[in-house]
Structure formats: structure tokens, C-alpha cells
Design a protein around this ligand. Structure first.
Ligand code: ADP
Length: 281
């Protein structure tokens, strides 16, 4: 049993006396100890999960790179002619390997976000170039999905202070989603511009399925996917947008969404004006 005592000097019929209160706080103490234990256990589990994600992702990457590299060699018949069916199988191994590597890389990023070790580099880059590179990288995927991707960028560079690799990751995730959630014959537009306040803006617009209002506040949560037959039929982990959000946050950028089910979605990434580098400088 645990007790707490309080005492104070009082006046008792004109004589000085001590009034003491003894409280049985056993139950409160038990609850406090239990809560502290539960909190420590949860924190330990969370750290273990983050470490596990990080370690596991590293362990996966090495064999995956071998799978991707060697299947590519067979696919390209670099060591001599292979049976057409083997070339086809090697192609399937290769694209599955590339997909798995993407997922593992996303997990690794989530682990670094959770452990607070994800940082960005500060280089002077050209946003127009980054958009063009993203369009090139996703051209094949768009073609396979029969979705037209167009670029709306100025003729001259948009000089910008940020992390090129991470900016491309933002673009690839947003444009990749736009392609994934748009039916054949749909359109995706990627634009980059500097607005009247000097803020660089990346805008990805699609004519896809749209996102119902009640899901908009959740889609940046890790592993969240809108629960429909359409979505579940498409590959995905629900990690793309949380990564985009963190990478945008690290650049001090805000994300805005306009979306209407059945009409399409528009995502804006709006950077602070300090990131735009004056062309004269
Ligand atoms: P994933 O694409 O792997 O499912 P994301 O985190 O990138 O995960 O996106 C979370 C969810 O947000 C998607 O599963 C989808 O439901 C919704 N979403 C994202 N982008 C779009 C879009 N352009 N059009 C419609 N829905 C989208």
C-alpha cells in the first residue's frame, strides 16, 4: 500500500494542534506505474520498428541490385542469344525487382523520417530540368497506361535552392500517382512556374478518378490508401504521399490539393520565395 500524508498547523479550541490527512494512493500509483511502463514499452517498440525497417531495407537492397542487374543482362542478351521466352521472363524479373527496390527505398526513407535523420542538401538546381527528367523517367509508364503526360514549363531555367534528388522524388511520386489513378486516354500535366510573389510552384494535374473530400485529410498518413476497388487493383503501399509531404516540409513548402471525384486532381507544391534564386545573381 502507498500512502500520502499532509499535515498543517491549526487552531484547536484556542490551542495549537496538527491536523494530518492520510490518503491511500495505491491505486493512483499503480495506474501511474502502469502508464509509465506502457509508454516505455511503446517507445521501445517504436524504436525497434524504425531500426528494423532501416536494417531490413539495407539487407534487401544488396540482393535486389543483383537480381535487377543480372536480369537486365539476360533481358538485353548481353552474353549471347537467349530463348525468347527466357528474355520475357528476365524482363518480368527485372520489372518486379525494380518495383520491389522502389518499395524498399520508400521504407528506408520512412525509417529515416521516423528516426529524424532524413535531411536535404542545398544545391542550386534548375526546376525546369528536374521536370523534364521526371517526364522522361515516367514516359514509358505513361505510354503503357495510355495516359498523355505533358509539360508546361518556361523556356528559361527556374533556378532554385534545394535537393535535386529529393525534388525529383516529389515529382515522380506525384506524377506517378497521377498516371496510376487516371484511365486510358486521360491527361496528366506537370507544370513549374514562379508566381507573382516569387514562389516556385510545381503543379501536377490529372483527369483521373479524383479523391473524395472525406479522404483528403488522411492521404498523407503513412500506409493510407482510399479504400475502393479501383485503388486496390493498383500497385501501391501508401508511402508515396507521406514521403512527398516530408520532403516538401524539409524544403519549407506547402502542399495544396484540389480534387473532384470523376473529374481529376490537382496537387500544388508551393515553395517559399527564399528558395527561388534570382536569375541575375
Ligand atoms: P499509393 O500511391 O502507393 O497508394 P500514396 O501515398 O502515393 O500511396 O497515395 C495515397 C492514396 O491517395 C492513394 O492510394 C490514392 O487513394 C490517393 N491518391 C493519391 N494521388 C492520387 C491521384 N492523383 N488521384 C486519385 N487518388 C490519388
Amino acid at each position: 500500500m502507498v500512502f500520502e500524508t499532509f499535515s498543517r498547523l491549526v487552531d484547536w479550541d484556542g490551542k495549537p494542534a496538527i491536523q494530518a490527512t492520510i490518503l491511500d494512493v495505491t491505486e493512483r500509483k499503480n495506474v501511474e506505474t502502469y502508464l509509465m511502463y506502457a509508454k516505455e514499452t511503446a517507445e521501445r517498440a517504436d524504436r525497434a520498428k524504425t531500426e528494423f525497417l532501416g536494417n531490413m531495407s539495407h539487407e534487401f537492397r544488396t540482393p535486389l541490385n543483383a537480381i535487377i542487374g543480372f536480369s537486365q543482362m539476360i533481358k538485353d542478351q548481353m552474353m549471347g542469344e537467349a530463348l525468347p521466352q527466357y528474355v520475357e521472363y528476365a524482363g518480368a524479373i527485372n520489372s518486379s525487382g525494380v518495383h520491389l527496390l522502389d518499395v524498399v527505398n520508400d521504407l528506408l526513407d520512412v525509417a529515416s523520417i521516423e528516426s529524424g535523420t532524413l535531411t536535404i542538401s542545398e544545391e542550386i538546381v534548375d526546376l525546369v530540368d528536374a521536370c523534364k527528367a521526371c517526364e522522361r523517367m515516367l514516359r514509358h509508364r505513361a505510354h503503357k497506361s495510355q495516359v498523355i503526360v505533358s509539360l508546361q514549363v518556361p523556356d528559361k531555367p527556374i533556378r532554385f535552392k534545394g535537393d535535386l534528388r529529393r525534388l525529383k522524388q516529389i515529382l515522380i511520386n506525384l506524377v506517378g500517382n497521377a498516371i496510376k489513378f487516371t484511365d486510358p486516354d486521360g491527361r496528366v500535366t506537370l507544370s513549374a512556374e514562379v508566381d507573382e510573389k516569387g514562389r516556385a510552384r510545381l503543379v501536377v494535374t490529372d483527369t483521373g478518378i479524383g479523391i473524395p473530400k472525406e479522404h483528403l485529410s488522411h492521404i498523407f498518413n503513412p500506409f493510407y490508401r482510399v479504400d475502393t476497388h479501383y485503388i486496390s487493383q493498383r500497385e501501391g503501399t501508401g508511402l508515396g504521399l507521406p514521403l512527398v509531404k516530408t520532403l516538401a516540409d524539409l524544403h519549407g513548402a506547402a502542399i495544396e490539393i484540389e480534387s473532384e471525384p470523376g473529374v481529376g486532381t490537382r496537387m500544388f507544391v508551393i515553395f517559399p520565395p527564399q528558395r527561388t534564386v534570382d536569375p541575375e545573381s
